[in-house]
Write a protein that binds this ligand. Structure first.
Ligand code: 1SD
Ligand code: ZN
Length: 262
């Protein structure tokens, strides 16, 4: 049984997510995400190329609350905001980015490094438009998606100007949000880990090449508190704060995590 959000992890005593009261089964899943990245078990691969990121800020469309995170969506009808290189054989188009975070700073990321949680994790979701005609088709295929994961770390001296633009837009459920360059949220250090995994939300399809940046970005406490003010619930319902929207860790099984650095 592979878990979606909501089942407490016995090791870390993670909270129960209100949206997912029962585990969801994926028959025969062998490459589920997220995972713990055990640093000393990751294998340096000298053939891994640097990841090249080229985003066009004007492809940014809008920001919205989809009930489990807030998403910033991009126009993906052409190759305008793309990534290439890294572990990828094709060029991938940016579709959206979103975050996962905890009720408190002790947890919130989906991936962990040496069993350590960060307070939040950014996911930039891209799809392989070279091979597949639509995002929906790419989601079903092993090489369909590439997600860049960036950890967020809290540092009271490190207000993040780029993130603040997003935080300022959060009070509106659906806000016009035309120009934003998400590369300001990606650390300049080129080092990353990569492994073959899945979506961390239903349908949990095993279609994702994960690229997890080694260095976190640093944000201040108030910026994360603004995430925690969002609601899972609709207008009129009893308010439930949007926190702990991450999936529990999944077994590594027969996989190797490769690193781009020694
Ligand atoms: O949580 C996202 C979800 O919002 C959706 O974007 C999905 C792709 O359609 O991906 C997951 S995740 O695996 O990037 N967490
Ligand atoms: Zn995600």
């Amino acid at each position: 049984i592979l878990q979606v959000w909501g089942s407490p992890d016995s090791l870390h005593r993670l909270p129960v997510h209100p949206l997912w009261q029962s585990p969801l089964t994926i028959p025969g899943g062998t490459r589920q995400s997220p995972i713990n990245i055990q640093w000393r078990d990751s294998v340096y691969d000298p053939f891994l190329k640097p990841l090249k990121i080229s985003y066009d800020p004007t492809t940014c469309l809008h920001i919205w609350n989809n009930g489990y995170s807030f998403l910033v969506e991009f126009d993906d009808s052409a190759d305008r905001s793309i990534i290439v290189g890294g572990p990828l054989e094709n060029q991938y188009r940016l579709k959206q980015f979103h975050f996962h975070w905890g009720a408190i700073n002790e947890w919130g990321s989906e991936h962990t490094v040496d069993s350590k949680f960060y307070p939040a994790e950014l996911h930039l979701v891209h799809w392989n438009a070279v091979v597949y005609p639509t995002f929906e088709e790419a989601v079903m295929e092993g090489n369909g998606l590439a997600v860049i994961g960036v950890f967020l770390k809290v540092n009271s001296l490190s207000h993040h100007e780029g993130l603040q633009t997003l935080v300022d837009a959060l009070p509106a459920v659906k806000h016009k949000f035309d120009v934003f360059d998400p590369s300001c949220l990606i650390p300049s250090c080129p080092d990353y880990w990569t492994y073959a995994g899945s979506l961390t939300t239903p349908p949990l399809t095993e279609s994702v090449t994960w690229i997890i940046k080694k260095k976190p970005i640093e944000v201040d406490e108030n910026q994360l508190e603004a995430f925690r003010m969002l609601l899972f619930t609709s207008d009129g319902e009893e308010e439930k704060r949007m926190v702990d929207n991450f999936r529990p860790l999944q077994p590594l099984m027969n996989r190797t995590v490769r690193s781009s650095f020694q």
